[in-house]
Design a protein around this ligand. Structure first.
Ligand code: GAF
Length: 393
């Protein structure tokens, strides 16, 4: 079992600072940027829909200082990487970690922001491949830090969008804004209800009462994750195109209803219909789930989480055997009021709402079963909801 808290982040901050001083000999500025969970509203962000994420107590810690030349030096001990280049030669490394940083720098340059070289050391405790958005956290830490260092005066929304643009244009994943937004805007104890069409948002206090948010990490990340993600996005866009022929005012699935899908998509492309059907239902489900929260009806909220999983499995087809297994194991247990795969899919975590007094038992039973049937050790994370990206030193 893996339980971490604030002192874990403090320890990482101290280590990163020590490493930075040893490598570069100057005192760095240090920033933390959290990973995220998402309670409901999956694959809705890039369809101009709604999402309900929150920043968590697992973060990327990034130490940085300005240089007088054009050199970029990046080092990370835990993520096992060292990379050096200059501001004039920012190309994709395919090593991912540097790409998240370089991608942000490229996007800043596109905006006309003038930078100098920087020294960077980063580290963190966001489990990799778990779907908790370590990449968005690194992008946001970088964008936030460079904005402070060079006084670009970017707003928090611009910082989140920079992170997303880095991912879209440099890394090549056509993600929506949810992960970066949650990382930057997170507020302790609150979910963020974000409208990805207008970028209006409000914080909803999240009081899980006698329940706990527990993540079960499958420990798998199937390789088709990013290609399938981009493909889903294209399928949604195609669905919109079909509807637009009859309703030119429609510019995203946010503006599409079931009737339109039945009339204009169903008989043209069954697969695209399924994808769009999921998204349109999921946007409505999120609205209903927020009503549940207002009424303090967590049980109803949890049932919708199960429905989301079914949709992601059967209609959107982004689940996988391991995720389905973990949801199936708990779905008939009254102590687990909600469970579903979380994030892009094809691996990573399930998010579960479990009665606090049953957590230990459910964790133990599920771990044993997963080991027996999948020969894997289940990693379990108990997350708390924390503030977003900030400077700590
Ligand atoms: C990934 C993406 F990065 C998000 O933008 C979002 O689409 C999510 O998958 C699915 O809801 O985390």
């Amino acid at each position: 079992m893996n339980v971490e808290n604030d002192s874990a982040t403090e320890e990482i901050v101290a280590n990163v600072r020590k490493r930075f001083l040893a490598l570069y000999g100057t005192e760095p500025h240090i920033f933390t940027s959290p990973g995220r969970i998402n309670l409901i509203g999956e694959h809705t962000d890039y369809n101009n829909g709604l999402v309900l994420p929150a920043a968590i107590d697992k973060a990327i810690v990034l130490a940085i200082a300005q240089r007088e030349d054009q050199q970029i030096n990046i080092f990370s001990e835990s993520y096992q990487m060292r990379y050096t280049c200059t501001l004039q030669e920012l190309v994709r490394t395919e090593m991912l970690w540097p790409d998240y940083i370089l991608g942000v720098i490229v996007e800043l340059q596109k905006k006309g922001c003038e930078l100098k070289g920087v020294d960077i050391v980063f580290d963190g405790n966001i489990p990799l491949g778990a779907g908790l958005s370590s990449s968005a956290a690194l992008e946001c830490a970088t964008a936030f830090a460079l904005n402070e260092l060079f006084e670009f005066n970017l707003s928090p929304l611009e910082i989140a969008k920079l992170g997303q643009a880095a991912e879209n244009n440099f890394v090549g994943v056509q993600c929506g804004l949810m992960d970066q937004f949650a990382s930057v805007f997170g507020k302790a104890g609150h979910l963020i209800k974000l409208d990805c069409e207008s970028f209006e948002f409000n914080f909803i206090p999240f009081n899980a009462k006698n329940y706990q948010v527990v993540l079960f990490d499958t420990g798998v990340k199937h390789s088709l994750a990013s290609s399938a993600y981009n493909e889903r996005r294209q399928q949604c866009e195609y669905g919109v195109e079909l509807v637009r022929k009859h309703h030119p005012e429609v510019d995203s699935l946010r503006r599409v209803n079931k009737q339109m899908l039945d009339d204009y998509v169903k008989d043209v492309d069954r697969m695209v219909y399924k994808r769009c059907d999921f998204v349109v239902s999921e946007i409505q489900r999120l609205q209903d789930a927020c009503q549940d929260l207002l009424k303090d009806d967590l049980e109803s909220f949890g049932r919708r989480m199960y429905e989301t999983h079914e949709g992601l499995r059967d209609l959107y087809e982004v689940s996988c055997e391991e995720l389905d297994y973990l949801v199936d194991r708990v779905k008939d247990r009254p102590e687990v009021i909600g469970s579903r795969m979380m994030g892009g899919g094809f691996g990573g975590c399930t998010i579960n709402l479990i009665a606090s007094d049953s957590v230990d038992r459910i964790v133990e039973e599920t771990s044993k079963a997963y080991k027996k049937d999948h020969d894997r050790n289940l990693k379990v994370y108990f997350v708390s909801i924390e503030d977003g990206t900030r400077q700590v030193l």
